[in-house]
Every structure is written in structure tokens, then in C-alpha cells.
Design a protein around this ligand. Structure first.
Ligand SMILES: Nc1nc2c(ncn2[C@@H]2O[C@H](COP(=O)(O)OP(=O)(O)OP(=O)(O)O)[C@@H](O)[C@H]2O)c(=O)[nH]1
Ligand SMILES: [Mg+2]
Length: 331
């Protein structure tokens, strides 16, 4: 069967031959996988590319130098990892400071943040990891920055409401990232099951419209809404004055698409300080596995408490749990 490779694919193939660093090769191979027509005739080629990709990634992972992308990967902690991105000076670090109480460097000049760093945000009884990423522009974008976005569970894009140029800066940033196969999706987006093609990097995202204290008439907010309402949720905040942050925290937790479930022993009260954090759609079996690796096999049944709807009724193993459910496991 002919492969029917497109001219763009052939171009990428040429680039691959002259690429020098493993990082460059990874980017080109990912591009080739995205461009390759998906049918039986190219299956072998796709498999070859994927195996080359994983070898290159292993190679990079072994290199100790921080110059190379994958060594910037920040281990995930808490209920999820949210990457905070935006063009220079929009107030990303200030936002993180206000949300977490930590002290990232804030400056009234662009490119204050040079290295990515994780901070923990408390939300009710869980903690969410926020990553302060050095600024991105459509020209300045390091491959390790793109990698960090790709692995995060969700994203916040911070825009500056004091700047009339914000919507156009944002537009070119989004376009540039799309070339790198990073896309931004609404809060309810659920990625498809991983198929045979290249992995998708579409992130649930909130648009944080910061410095609303400097947009007194709300004109810049209106412009932003004109372009992005309906695509991404827009949350106006002032990191400086602490306005809009409680609602933002809720929505950050919500875009992670996780639930908190409490385990309880018979006759005892559940411990609300120690939720098990599970993916949305998890079942009683998943809960049992989270409590102890042997419990999934040993589980006989469970009892559920959920507001007034469930008050200790028996539920079976594949019952789907919701946020704040209380579960009593019987082995
Ligand atoms: N008035 C006002 N100023 C803000 C607000 N948030 C941040 N700023 C100011 O905006 C400037 C930039 O803040 P940073 O948090 O350093 O911005 P950043 O996006 O992290 O900047 P880079 O790391 O350079 O990309 C600082 O002078 C902050 O004090 C806000 O809500 N209102
Ligand atoms: Mg910063």
C-alpha cells in the first residue's frame, strides 16, 4: 500500500537528517508522527518513529546537564500539577504568590522568572501544585518549556488586563504553541483514549485575566471576552488586591477532574483531612486500590454516604464515586 506521505512530512524528514541534538530530533519526530497519514500502509513507519522517539528520550533523561529539556521535568505532587504560563510581566509569579503564600520573585520588568519552580496551593483539604514558568513569547520558547506544558495536568494562561495588546500577544502565543502541538481546551474537555497516532497535548485551561484593578472601565476585559469567551473560561482577578482568587482556586481544583473520597471504618467517623484523590469516573474498586494495593482483590462490598441521597447503602465494586463521597470498605 502506498504511504501517501505529504510534502510537509517529506520536509520534516529532510530536517531530521540534519538535526544535531536529541532534543531537535525529538521535536521533528513528533512533528512527523503528527503529519504521517494514519493507515495500514504507514503502521510500520509509525512504529519505527515511536521506537526512535523513546530511545532519544531515554538518552536525554540520562544526560545530567540542566540545559537539556527533560531534566527540567518537575515531579508531580498533590492533587495535580497546573502550569502557569503567559507572556512576560503579566503577573504569573504575583498570582502564584497570592494563591500559595510563597515568595517567588516578582518584578516590574519582563523576564523576572528564569527557572521553573513548583509551589503548593492549598484548596480546602487538598494541595495543588502550581508551576511558575519563565515567560513565553511567540519568539522565545525553549523546548524544555514546551515539554513542561505537555506533561502538566492542566494550565493557567495569565494575561495582563492593563495592556491593550494582550489579546494579540495571546493569539500569537497560542498559535506558536499549536505548532508545537500544545493546545488549550475548555474546562470540561476530556481527552480521547490514547489511539495509534501521536500523543495529544490538549490541556484543560483557564484564562486568568490579571490586573483587573488597572482596567477600571473593564474595556480590556470586554475585548478579551470578545475573542475568547466560549472557548476558554475567563476569570478576572487582581493578584495584587487578592480579588477573584477564591473563585479561581475552586476552578483550578475543578479543571483537574479529580474527586476526593473519604474512607471510614465501621462505626467510626471519616477523616476529612485525609481524602483519597482519584480521577473523575473512578469506581469503588479504584478507591480500594488507593487505600491498599491488596484491597481491590479482597473487596467484598462497600457502603456509601453522600449527602441525603446515600446514608450507608451497600454499593457494588463498579459503582462510580463522586467528589466528597464517604466510603466504608468491607473485605
Ligand atoms: N496593579 C497590579 N499589578 C500587578 C498585579 N499582578 C502583578 N502585578 C505587577 O506586575 C508586575 C509583574 O509581575 P510578575 O508577577 O513578576 O509578572 P510575571 O508574569 O511573573 O513576569 P515574568 O516572570 O517576567 O514573566 C509586577 O510589578 C507586579 O507587581 C495586579 O493584579 N495588579
Ligand atoms: Mg515571573
Amino acid at each position: 500500500m502506498p504511504a501517501n506521505l505529504t510534502p510537509q512530512y517529506i520536509d520534516a524528514e529532510k530536517k531530521l537528517r540534519t538535526a544535531k541534538t536529541p532534543q531537535e530530533k525529538i521535536e521533528i519526530l513528533e512533528e512527523m508522527l503528527a503529519l504521517i497519514p494514519k493507515h495500514k500502509g504507514t503502521e510500520k513507519l509509525q512504529a519505527q518513529h515511536k521506537s526512535k522517539l523513546s530511545k532519544l528520550k531515554e538518552e536525554i533523561a540520562k544526560q545530567p546537564s540542566v540545559k537539556h529539556g527533560l531534566s527540567h521535568i518537575i515531579p508531580k505532587q498533590g492533587a495535580g500539577q497546573v502550569i502557569v504560563i503567559g507572556t512576560p510581566n503579566t503577573g504569573k509569579s504575583m498570582l502564584i504568590k497570592s494563591l500559595t503564600g510563597a515568595e517567588p520573585e516578582v518584578g516590574d520588568y519582563p523576564f523576572t522568572t528564569h527557572v521553573p519552580a513548583p509551589y503548593m496551593m492549598k484548596f480546602e483539604n487538598v494541595r495543588v501544585q502550581l508551576i511558575d514558568l519563565p515567560p513565553l513569547t511567540s519568539d522565545i520558547m525553549e523546548s524544555w518549556q514546551v515539554e513542561l506544558i505537555k506533561v502538566a495536568d492542566a494550565a493557567l494562561i495569565v494575561v495582563d488586563l492593563s495592556n491593550a495588546e494582550s489579546p494579540s500577544l495571546l493569539e500569537s502565543l497560542i498559535a506558536k504553541l499549536k505548532e508545537k502541538r500544545v493546545e488549550f481546551a475548555a474546562e470540561d474537555y476530556v481527552p480521547p483514549e490514547e489511539g495509534p497516532g501521536p500523543p495529544q497535548f490538549k490541556k484543560r485551561t483557564l484564562l486568568v485575566a490579571n490586573k483587573k484593578d488597572l482596567d477600571a472601565g473593564g474595556d480590556h476585559l470586554e475585548t478579551l471576552k470578545f475573542f475568547y469567551e466560549g472557548q476558554l473560561a475567563i476569570l478576572p482577578v487582581s493578584s495584587l488586591l487578592g480579588e477573584g482568587l477564591e473563585e479561581l482556586k475552586k476552578r483550578i481544583f475543578s479543571i483537574l477532574h479529580v474527586i476526593r473520597v473519604y474512607s471510614k471504618a465501621p462505626g467510626k467517623k471519616p477523616d476529612h483531612n485525609e481524602p483519597f484523590v482519584l480521577k473523575r469516573g473512578s469506581t469503588v474498586i479504584d478507591m480500594a486500590r488507593a487505600v491498599h494495593k491488596d484491597f481491590a482483590e479482597k473487596l467484598a462490598y462497600a457502603r456509601l454516604w453522600r449527602g441525603e441521597e446515600y446514608t450507608g447503602q451497600m454499593i457494588n465494586r463498579d459503582f462510580i464515586l463522586e467528589d466528597e463521597d464517604i466510603c466504608e470498605l468491607h473485605l
